[in-house]
Design a protein around this ligand. Sequence first.
Ligand SMILES: Nc1ncnc2c1ncn2[C@@H]1O[C@H](COP(=O)(O)OP(=O)(O)OP(=O)(O)O)[C@@H](O)[C@H]1O
Ligand SMILES: [Mg+2]
Length: 253
Amino acid sequence: MSAAPILKIQGLEKSYTPGRPVLRGINLEIGAQGITAVIGPSGTGKSTLLRCINRLVEPTAGAILMGDEDLAKLRGSALRQARRRIGMVFQEYNLVERLSVMENVLTGRLGYVPLWRAWLRKYPEADIARAFALLDAVGLPDQATRRADALSGGQRQRVGIARALMQSPALLLADEPTSSLDPKTAVEVMELMARLTGEAGVPVIVNIHNVDLAKRFAIRIIGMTGGAVVFDGPPEALENHHLREIYGGEDWL
Ligand SMILES: Nc1ncnc2c1ncn2[C@@H]1O[C@H](COP(=O)(O)OP(=O)(O)OP(=O)(O)O)[C@@H](O)[C@H]1O
Ligand SMILES: [Mg+2]
């Protein structure tokens, strides 16, 4: 029997404006392993879905069950605790530009380090050793002291991945992590994310516009259109008629 899912999303709805739903009742179970890719046209609610999971956005209705907890209902310290278990990788990296690579990676531990230690930039030795190991793992062993704003996009996203893994997440969310990168770097970053999360046994949900990359790296593809799931299956089951349904139109395939 397969392992219990990491996430059960039930009847998830989100309206930023009352009466104008962006997510229209999403029901999904996310497995405890592997990469799940979410594809769909711009504006269909992919980012909104990820942001409901880590509660950067308030769901309007529904449940997001992780273990015994409904993430959709958490408040205050319980929400902060839950967020520590969910890593996030962003399209535009979201690094602190004026801080060093090492400090950016260490901020992944902020949830764990008492605030006064973080302010004093005093991290436990073990965290610093782990950050070095992660920088090694993402292929930036010599970049620890460089400022984030001195890095290329590909290097920044490697730091973004190291920072997310630094928090030892139970689940990793990635919102268009390769959309700002050239095609070769995009593949390298996806390979890296797939390898490191695979080794750590961390399931990933990734929003991605590049269908080829989704098919290459994901074990499951979720196609959304109009705020609803219209395809859910393994990459090999995704056919052109599904892509037409997901993205609309006839002539582009
Ligand atoms: N903070 C917000 N306030 C109001 N409306 C929003 C907000 N964020 C997103 N929306 C709207 O919700 C809809 C879905 O947006 P979302 O960013 O989730 O789409 P997406 O599928 O991630 O698109 P893209 O592929 O362009 O990233 C869009 O119509 C967008 O304008
Ligand atoms: Mg988006």
